[in-house]
Design a protein around this ligand. Structure first.
Ligand code: PHE
Ligand code: ZN
Length: 880
């Protein structure tokens, strides 16, 4: 716990490490009451460091130091200083061996950083700064060493002992114990170290690389999960093949292992050769996982696998460069997912997340650049900005260079920096060097925070046949950053004629050969583009494919949106036009009288979508999703959450009433016959069927109810069963809802991943997730304060998705969240800090709510012994 005010760490203070570690020899003695860690570091002074004589300083956290020896001689207490978070040894020679023994208590480690226990097994999490919770070490990513790890434990309780690399030796010890030794031939930063010990079931497969090497693939899970491994294993093989084909990257070790653990702060971790996954991101079966879960598993397995190159072989120089590996790897996994399924749908999903959550982050008190300039606690910077905006930045480079030059750039990057710890700037330089493009202005995307706003206006001159488009960019101020420079924005667009055909885009002064879609380079504050030979007033299709992470402000008429919704040749923009129309209609009803007329063309447009079977059903399924409350709130200034909630519900009821026969028809058309499969057609069929059901139950339709009850009972997969449950929970059929919830729980009470879903369904809905009900859920037998997934599925979902309840007028939701954050801060500061997020945007909300949110933040601030994690978020939110 914190004893003094947390310090801010600055990128500008970066210095190369004073000491390097060539080799690490670890021996773990694992016991029930703790673990002894013997570490031998082969170290030398760094020739590149200006500091050639200073003392050796190693990082530590929550360690009990048992002994220190230098070159084989034990040091007495006067020969080193143990500051708890630092071990200082003065007067070390040029090169030496330092042996340190520490004692740690994994069984009491509730922070889930370093070595801890989860469902009876030992496991580790070292990114970002968890290795220092295991032993004293220069815990920074630019110190890369070869690791040898020997694990000793009771053979019956822990038959499986794993670490990075290859197992080189094993044997039995006295007292029923045994050991295994692992050696990782690749130098790595300590954040990629991993260890697992447990009674685990092993699933094996093999993968043959393009060059013909056979790789041993192994999954380790608790025996009860034996039947939930296939999808992840298949996803892994698809990822390995894809990275060979698209990036020319082969796997480099002989073994690749995946372990599933129930208690995990994040989704998964890319430890070299030994990826560790949150169970919910890797285990799946038809009966227990939704389509969304399958999709997520495929993406995360790929993401962690891709890190082997973008992250492990080439890693980050310091944590300010986090997006170097995360932004690039998210870009890679989204390319992969779009190749495996529907590119348009994948783009819609990514942009939805970006616009709902990352834009909110970028407009709030925690806003930071893709490459931050300072932080207090690095765990707080595993953000949507680093991951999703970082991926958008890489995507823009891909757009600017085109696929061939981008591949040349990534080849150069991997070749040039293999085995190094580098910066985002090195990445951009490789892209520049390979392509000959000047990306100097583009680099501002890494330095400036905030979402650029593009104001677009147009003018058509019928006489001259010219169409001009004026675009002005403006980047809002963010904490510590004002008066920003204009950024280099690739702006893709098309122009549609009245038949819905793409028109030729001839810029004044160009020849005749004109494309029908082009990417304009915005580099100045304002541009005017003049298109010539334009024979009629076009409808502009702006920012196609969402070519840059910006907000576009253009005064579309509803006619134009309806037109784009049914004609745009860019599927993404078709969807976007539908969203903009729905947003416009809902916004116009916020605070309006209850009998205010609802735009009749909206229902007509949706009817058209539902009835035209020639349309891409995957796109239709996405178009049928109304903009979320969270997105509507994000778009509003001083949002009145209750009024937004009511307006959205009204539109939903209106649409369901108007489209009732079409919805029943859609439900029947996407029937349940045939075997369960995960093709885009099957997934979108289920999505449409369940949307239809949800809409019908929203108006308490009797026929819908019967369908839902039948589907709930007869479904052969979790998507349909949960879809029916969700629809019932969202309906006014109170006793059906209670019964279904009860039956569902009885059926799946032994399965933690399904129980999480069961919690989420209730916590996300105002009818089952009012504060009183939430308080009951957290006292339910299946709830566990020590398990991050359970905390997220009730408290995180309540505060992040059940917005009408969370923003209750009396402020009770805010007070509740403050209480839970304070409680969790004692056991798991990372999770606590993440939960604060809904309160951080207090300034955005109308005065009464804002003040109550602020009071809740102050209550957290005043807690004694606040962690650095929560301290940073709360203080930054209250500052200024
Ligand atoms: N590096 C992990 C990933 O994105 C995320 C992670 C960060 C996991 C920190 C655990 C701790 O793939
Ligand atoms: Zn990652």
């Amino acid at each position: 716990m914190r004893t003094s005010q947390p310090q801010t760490i600055y990128l500008n203070d970066y210095r190369v490490p004073a000491f390097l570690v060539d080799h690490v020899d670890l021996r773990f003695e694992l016991f029930e009451d703790g673990a002894r860690v013997h570490s031998v570091l082969s170290m030398r002074r760094n020739p590149d460091s200006g500091d050639r004589s200073g003392a050796l300083e190693l990082d530590g956290d929550s360690l009990r130091l048992e002994s220190v020896a230098l070159n084989g001689s034990p040091l007495s207490a006067g020969q080193y200083e143990d500051h708890g978070d630092r071990l200082v040894v003065a007067g070390v020679p040029e090169a030496f061996e330092l042996a340190v023994v520490t004692w740690i208590e994994p069984q009491n480690n509730t922070r889930l950083e370093g070595l801890y226990k989860s469902s009876g097994m030992f496991c580790t999490q070292c990114e970002a700064e968890g290795f220092r919770c295991i032993t004293y070490f220069p815990d920074r990513p630019d110190v890369m060493a070869r690791f040898r790890t020997r694990i000793e434990a009771d053979k019956t309780a822990y038959p499986i002992l794993l670490s990075n690399g290859n197992d080189t030796e094993q044997g039995d010890l006295a007292d029923g114990r045994h050991y295994v030794t692992w050696e990782d031939p690749f130098p790595k930063p300590c954040y990629l170290f991993a260890l697992v010990a447990g009674n685990l079931l092993e699933k094996r497969d093999t993968f043959t690389t393009l060059s013909g090497r056979a790789i041993d693939l192994r999954m380790y899970v608790e025996p009860r999960n034996a039947e939930k491994c296939d999808y992840a294993m298949d996803s892994l093989k698809r990822s390995m093949r894809w990275d060979e084909q698209v990036y020319g990257r082969e796997y480099d070790l002989d073994i690749f292992m995946i372990v599933a653990v129930d208690d995990f702060n994040m989704g998964a971790m890319e430890n070299k050769g030994l990826n560790i996954f949150n169970s919910s991101c890797v285990l799946a079966s038809q009966d227990t996982a939704t389509d969304l879960a399958f999709q997520r598993i495929e993406a995360i397995v790929a993401h962690e696998y891709f890190h082997n190159w973008s992250g492990n072989r080439v890693t980050c120089r310091d944590w300010f460069q986090l997006s170097l590996k995360e932004g690039f790897t998210v870009f890679r996994d989204s390319q992969f997912s779009s190749d495996m399924g529907s590119p348009t749908v994948k783009r819609i999903e990514d942009v939805t997340l970006l616009r709902t959550a990352q834009f909110a982050e970028d407009g709030g008190p925690m806003a930071h650049p893709v490459r931050p300039a300072s932080y207090m606690e690095i765990s707080n910077f595993y953000t949507l900005t680093i991951y999703e905006k970082g991926a958008e930045v890489v995507r823009m480079i891909h757009t600017l260079l085109g696929p061939e030059l981008f591949r040349k750039g990534s080849d150069l990057y991997f070749d040039r920096h293999d085995g190094q710890a580098v910066t985002t700037d090195d990445f951009v330089t490789a892209m520049e060097d390979a392509s000959g493009r000047d990306l100097s202005q583009f680099r501002l995307w890494y330095e400036q925070a905030g979402t650029p706003v593009l104001d677009v206006s147009d003018h058509y001159d019928a006489q001259g046949g010219t169409y001009s488009l004026s675009i002005t960019q403006n980047i809002p101020d963010t904490p510590g950053q004002k008066d920003k420079k204009p950024q280099h924005i690739p702006f893709a667009l098309g122009l549609l004629d009245s038949q819905g055909q793409d028109m030729a885009l001839n810029l004044a002064g160009e020849g005749d050969e004109a494309p029908t879609e082009r990417v304009l380079d915005l580099t100045e504050v304002s541009h005017t583009f003049e298109f010539t030979g334009v024979s009629e007033r076009p409808v502009p299709s702006l920012l196609r494919h969402f070519s840059a992470p910006v907000r576009v402000v253009y005064h579309w008429t509803r006619e134009q949106l309806l037109f784009l919704m049914s004609h745009d040749t860019d599927g993404f923009n078709r969807w976007d036009a539908g969203q903009r129309l729905a947003v416009d209609v809902i916004q116009s009803l916020v605070g309006a009288p209850v009998d205010a007329e609802i735009e009749p063309r909206l229902a007509a447009a949706y009817r058209q979508l539902l009835s035209d079977e020639s349309l891409d059903q995957a796109l239709v399924a996405k178009m049928m999703q109304l903009p979320s409350e969270a997105y509507l709130i994000e778009l509003a200034n001083s949002p009145d959450v209750q009024a937004i909630h009511r307006a959205r519900e009204r539109v939903l009821s209106h649409l369901a009433d108007a489209l009732r026969p079409d919805l029943l028809n859609c439900y029947q058309r996407h029937g349940t016959d045939g075997d369960y499969g995960l093709s885009p057609q099957e997934v979108s069929g289920r999505s449409l069927r369940n949307t239809a059901l949800a809409w019908l139950l929203h108006i308490d339709d009797k026929e819908g109810r019967d369908l839902a009850i039948r589907q709930f009972g007869e479904a052969d997969n979790m998507t349909d069963r949960l879809g029916a449950l969700r629809a019932l929970v969202n309906s006014g059929f109170v006793s059906d809802r209670e019964q279904a919830l009860e039956q569902f729980y009885q059926r799946y009470s032994e399965d933690p991943q399904v129980v999480e879903q069961w919690f989420s369904v209730q916590a996300s809905n105002p009818a089952t997730g009012n504060l009183e009900q939430i308080r009951r859920l957290v006292t339910h037998d299946a709830f566990d304060w020590k398990n991050p997934n359970k905390v997220r599925s009730v408290i995180g979902v309540f505060a992040g998705q059940n917005l009408a309840s969370f923003h209750a007028a009396d402020g009770s939701g805010y007070r509740f969240l403050a209480e839970q954050v304070s409680r969790l801060d004692n056991s798991n500061p990372q999770i606590a800090a993440r939960l604060v997020s809904p309160l951080t945007r207090w300034r955005k909300f109308a005065p009464v709510h804002g003040e109550q949110m602020k009071t809740a933040l102050e209550r957290i601030r005043d807690k004694t012994g606040l962690s650095r994690d929560v301290y940073e978020v709360v203080h930054k939110s209250l500052a200024g």
